[in-house]
Write a protein that binds this ligand. Structure first.
Ligand code: PEP
Ligand code: MG
Length: 882
């Protein structure tokens, strides 16, 4: 049997996404639900892939199949595609498996030509409408299918309006539009050296090919990269019979969400335009009306739309994003899909749907993308500064958040400035998919035109980026690179602030503060914790970070990097004194000055963490990191320490290493200078004993970094234990403590069975382990890893996403070998990967007891663990329930 490449809408359903694309699958589902969907058919994603296999051409059998489906659509509507009196017209749209706003635009009114336009005028008794449709079609076809810059057509339209002395497109009459059609056809011929095609079948063939080609256009490629969409999926093409929103005052078109996509509020949200076609709403050329006003103009249509939106929401069990057209008072639904929403809306909708009994808690948990929580955790404007801030103007609150930055007027300038470390705001008349890279780099986006569903608004919400759209008082002059608003003029590089929650635009910078986490967030995260069966700790070096992490739900500290405590102004002189000591005695003296400060650090951290576990890592970096490098600083230091410049400079030179990350650092420091770790162990235990006296039961976890051999560990551990025993004796009391090691050096992973006999716990330091496994310097690899990503040698930086194949294998060996010799071995990860969703999933499968990550990633990690726990029930994971 030959393969089927074309499906009538009545032949598919919502579960056929991978074949029919999202749009096609949903059109099929709605057709089968009996909703009023204009008939049509979908050409599959497999056809797209075959188009590329066939050297980018459509093959005969496919064209035959398309013809059959044209016929069956003709029969349903009792109209013919090539009819000159009453023509059937089509819209042609791309439809990938995942919605991709950067891909091909729609072509409407396909099938019109010089003859059928006359027929259409007669059959509808509306000449103006017929020529309006034809001129739109020529422009769209030329722009979208043939890549003729649309500015030629826009200029011709503007000229015509000027000539007629009118302001709006809708003020042009049928003769004007007829004349415009002639002008447009001339432009087409001049640009392409061929006549505008009159044969509807040829038009359709070109349009289908253009959709297939658009799958690989640069915008689509950038979008796929950003959202990790597989480029082998291909796109489907939807060919649908036209209904017309531009037939007069009882016609119109719009887009609406079944709930508010910015807040999640359970209320219809959207906009429409009377006497317009779909692209007018999305392009933001005319400012649309709020959907609620449709209730007054066409109450029956409004009620029908509302009940359709509810029906679809119940059917799909999710908030829907709908496109509709009203043709002479009759409602048609052209698209439904799960609505893109802000993280706040996603949470509110998920929690509401559980309360409404539509979905389970577990389904709600699976619906939230862990990284999207980032949007909620990040700061909002400082209210005091906000009150004093000077308001420039107001636009639509298109995507929430708070952003400040220097204004730039095109995507390239934003990208350039961002590369230099500037915070930027992209300011545009209106955005288009070409702006995508600028939108990624900017802190926020401001547009003068466009509504809540304009390109800027939709894309910004998807990215979780603050956006104010349709600020109509703001005059954006992109060529002069200035903004005019009332009597204020801002130029490139001036700073503004945007409040994406209410659309306010401010002059100047406004500081940000941490958000309040309550309401749906709290409810949702409590469900997450009910489900989750792996712990989440945080990496925190100060009581402040620790407190923040607790607010975000951290269950302990997985890594305190003690060196970070040494880098402040008060301490660095004593640390330097310690490093520059010539004798052990001198070094001990200096350490004795540091000890009380360290003890206090630990005391304060324990106080914040209460009885939650706290893992403290002993000194790790190479010592030279603490020493000055500039001549002037060395001179100052020498003076402070009563040494000569030469003496200090010699030490600095001595400590210099060619390859410091593989040098004298980690436990190697303690092999040379055991007194450093002894001091730290004393501080850790003394602080815990102090709490013990005050009624708090702390069980310190002391972590030794960069171990490569069990003998190394034993040597350092014995020194520490000796010191701890002295502390116990001096205080006539004791407490429980654990000593463990980081697994960072590959050799330690391979010999984990030996090391585990001497360790209470392992914590995977996957930053160093990645560095050593790949042989990439973690400080320098950024310079060339981009090339590796681009050339798909390593698809993602292994410093961000755990390399499960290589580094993961070392971890697997360490876990199984370690557990073999010590079944009580406690396991965690504290490298950066502990906060990255796919790496967390891997750690879960390995059976680690916890992941540890920076405070702001704690909620992301909690959600990822919950999702992985749910998934593990259905898949065979090695994770053992604890
Ligand atoms: C690691 O190497 O993964 C780690 C957590 O330690 P650091 O980043 O401090 O070297
Ligand atoms: Mg490390």
């Amino acid at each position: 049997m030959t393969k089927k490449y074309v499906y009538d809408f009545s032949e598919g359903n919502k579960d056929m996404r991978s074949l029919l694309g999202g749009k096609g699958a949903n059109l099929a589902e709605m057709t089968c639900l009996g909703l009023s969907v204009p008939p049509g058919f979908t050409i599959t994603t497999e056809a797209c892939n075959r188009y590329y296999e066939e050297n980018q051409s459509l093959w005969d059998e496919l064209l035959d199949e398309i013809n059959l489906h044209i016929s069956s659509t003709e029969e349903k509507l009792n109209k013919r595609f090539s009819d000159e009196d009453n023509p059937l017209l089509f819209s042609v749209r791309s439809g990938a498996v995942f919605s991709m706003p950067g891909m091909m635009d729609t072509i409407l009114n396909l099938g019109l030509n010089d003859k059928s336009v006359i027929g259409l005028a007669k059959s509808t008794e509306n000449k103006r409408f017929a020529y309006d449709s034809y001129r739109r079609f020529i422009q769209m076809f030329a722009d979208v299918a043939m890549e003729v810059p649309k500015v030629h057509f826009e200029t011709a339209l503007e000229n015509m309006k000027e000539k007629r002395n009118v302001e709006l497109d809708s003020d042009l009459n049928s003769e004007d539009l007829e004349e415009l059609v002639g002008t447009f056809k001339n432009i087409y011929k001049e640009e392409l050296n061929e006549e505008f095609p009159q044969d509807p079948l040829v038009q359709l063939k070109y349009a289908i090919e253009a959709v297939f080609r658009s799958w690989n256009n640069p915008r689509a490629e950038i979008y796929r990269k950003l959202h990790n969409i597989d480029s082998s999926l291909g796109t489907a093409v939807n060919v649908q019979s036209m209904v017309f929103g531009n037939m007069g005052d009882t016609s119109g078109t719009g887009v609406a969400f079944s709930r508010n996509p910015a807040t999640g509020e359970n209320k219809l949200f959207g906009e429409y335009l009377i006497n317009a076609q779909g692209e007018d709403v999305v392009a933001g050329i005319r400012t649309p009306e709020h959907i609620s006003t449709l209730h007054e103009i066409m109450p029956e249509v409004y009620d029908e739309f509302l009940s359709t939106a509810n029906k679809l929401e119940h059917h799909y069990k999710d908030m829907q994003d709908l496109e509709f057209t009203i043709e002479n008072g009759k409602l048609f639904i052209l698209q439904t899909r799960s609505g893109k929403r802000t993280a706040q809306a996603a949470l509110n909708v998920a929690v509401d749907l559980v309360k409404e009994g539509l979905i389970t808690k577990e389904e709600a948990i699976m619906r939230i993308e862990p990284n999207s929580l980032n949007q909620l955790l990040h700061p909002t404007f400082d209210t005091e500064q906000l009150e004093k801030a000077e308001i420039l103007s107001k636009g639509l609150a298109a995507s929430p958040g708070a952003a400040s930055g220097k204004i730039y007027f095109n995507a390239e300038d934003v990208v350039e400035a961002s590369k230099k470390g500037e915070k930027t705001i992209l300011v545009r008349q209106e955005t288009s998919p070409e702006d995508i890279e600028g939108m990624i780099s900017a802190q926020g986006i401001l547009t003068a035109r466009g509504g809540m569903t304009s390109h800027a608004a939709v894309v910004a919400r998807g990215m979780g980026k603050c956006c104010v759209a349709g600020a109509s008082e703001v005059m954006v002059d992109e060529s002069q690179k200035i903004v005019r608003c009332k009597d204020v003029i801002l130029k490139e590089g001036d700073t503004i602030s945007l409040n994406g929650n209410n659309g306010t635009i401010y002059i100047g910078n406004i500081d940000k503060v941490d958000p309040a986490l309550s309401g749906s967030f709290e409810t949702f995260m409590s469900w997450v914790d009910e489900v989750r069966d792996m712990k989440v700790r945080t990496n925190a070096d100060s009581p402040k970070d620790a407190a923040q992490a607790i607010k975000f739900g951290a269950e302990g500290i997985g890594l305190t990097r003690t060196e970070h405590m040494f880098f402040n102004e008060d301490r660095i002189p004593v640390v330097r004194e310690m490093i520059l000591s010539k004798t052990t005695e001198q070094r001990k003296n200096a350490l004795e000055k540091i000890r009380p400060m360290q003890e206090n650090d630990f005391y304060e951290i324990y106080k914040v963490m209460q009885e939650r576990p706290v893992t403290i890592r002993l000194l790790d970096p190479p010592l030279h990191e603490f020493l000055p490098t500039e001549k002037k600083d060395i001179e100052n230091l020498a003076k402070e320490m009563g040494l000569t410049y030469e003496e200090v400079n010699d030490t600095v030179r001595d400590l210099h290493e060619v390859n410091p990350m593989l040098g004298h650092r980690g436990c190697r420091l303690a092999v040379t200078y055991p007194e450093i770790y002894r001091m730290q162990a004393r501080a850790i235990i003394s602080a815990a004993l102090k709490h013990q006296k005050e009624g708090l039961n702390i069980v310190p976890e002391i972590m030794i970094p960069l171990v490569g051999d069990v003998k190394e560990l034993v040597y350092v551990k014995n020194e520490i234990i000796e010191e701890i025993n002295l502390v116990f004796e001096e205080n006539s009391s004791s407490l429980e403590y654990h000593i463990g090691t980081m697994i960072e050096v590959p050799r330690a992973a391979l010999l984990a069975d030996e090391i585990a006999k001497e360790a209470d716990f392992f914590s995977f330091g996957t930053n160093d382990m990645t560095q050593m496994a790949f042989g990439f310097s973690r400080d320098d690899a950024g310079k060339f890893l981009g090339e590796y990503e681009e050339k798909k040698i390593y698809p993602r930086s292994p410093f961000e996403t755990l390399d499960q194949k290589g580094v993961g294998k070392l971890m697997e060996i360490a876990v199984s070998e370690g557990k073999k010799s010590n079944d009580k071995l406690h396991l965690g990860i504290c490298g950066e990967h502990g906060g990255e969703p796919s790496s967390i999933e891997f750690c879960y499968k390995l059976g680690l007891d916890y992941v540890s990550c920076s405070p702001y990633r704690v909620p992301i990690a909690r959600l990822t663990v919950a999702q992985t726990t749910i998934k593990s029930k259905n898949e065979n994971y090695g994770h053992i329930d604890k």
